[in-house]
Design a binder for this molecule. Structure first.
Ligand SMILES: Cc1cc2nc3c(=O)[nH]c(=O)nc-3n(C[C@H](O)[C@H](O)[C@H](O)COP(=O)(O)O)c2cc1C
Length: 167
């Protein structure tokens, strides 16, 4: 049993303030590797990743969502592309793998919704049948980086049932 990993899973938080410096190429490779090894339905891996580190491109991408300041603040954003026949469940798993790997490497992340994914598709130059609705803002945590206080979690009794809903 690795209590440290379990503890990190419980403590993983979205962080939205980053150092200005670029994320190292080795770290970027390690994050993409963590994404690439995510499990997917029937191992189809219907996904791709766009590493966005051009500041103009980041600003344009940020305009595709409503709460995208982390993208504007971050030196890097990883756009998660759903390829044909990909599932949103896969995208969620990718996001969590990237975030946990980043945390292990001392890197802060924030999941991002691109509410206007048609804008994101245009910015990223996606073919018609690809979609990008989620991205991960990535950067070394600023000294001041603190998770936003949106509250903790619902009590377990509110969300855990046994054998059927509501019991
Ligand atoms: C699917 C999904 C989309 C999210 N989109 C955004 C977003 O667009 N902008 C943002 O700042 N945070 C976003 N978040 C982060 C959540 O606000 C954050 O995970 C939640 O408030 C709980 O905080 P914590 O992760 O720090 O515990 C998103 C999280 C998820 C899971």
């Amino acid at each position: 049993m690795d209590i440290h990993i379990y503890d990190r899973i419980l403590k993983l938080r979205a962080l939205r303030n980053y150092e200005k410096r670029a994320v190292s190429a080795t770290h970027v490779d390690q994050l993409i590797e963590a994404a690439r090894w995510t499990g997917s339905s029937k191992n189809r891996q219907n996904w791709s990743f766009i590493v966005v580190d051009d500041p103009q491109q980041q600003i344009a991408l940020a305009d595709a969502g409503d709460f995208t300041d982390p993208v504007r603040n971050a030196p890097l954003t990883i756009a998660l592309v759903q390829e044909p026949e990909g599932y949103e469940f896969d995208t969620g798993r990718l996001a969590q793998n990237i975030m946990l790997a980043a945390d292990a490497l001392g890197i802060a992340t924030c999941p991002i919704t691109l509410h206007r994914d048609e804008v994101a598709a245009k910015v990223l130059g996606l073919p018609q049948d690809r979609r990008c609705r989620y991205a991960i803002a990535v950067g070394y945590p600023a000294e001041s980086a603190e998770p936003a206080n949106f509250g903790g979690r619902k009590p377990v009794d509110e969300v855990r049932f046994r054998n059927s809903y509501g019991r």
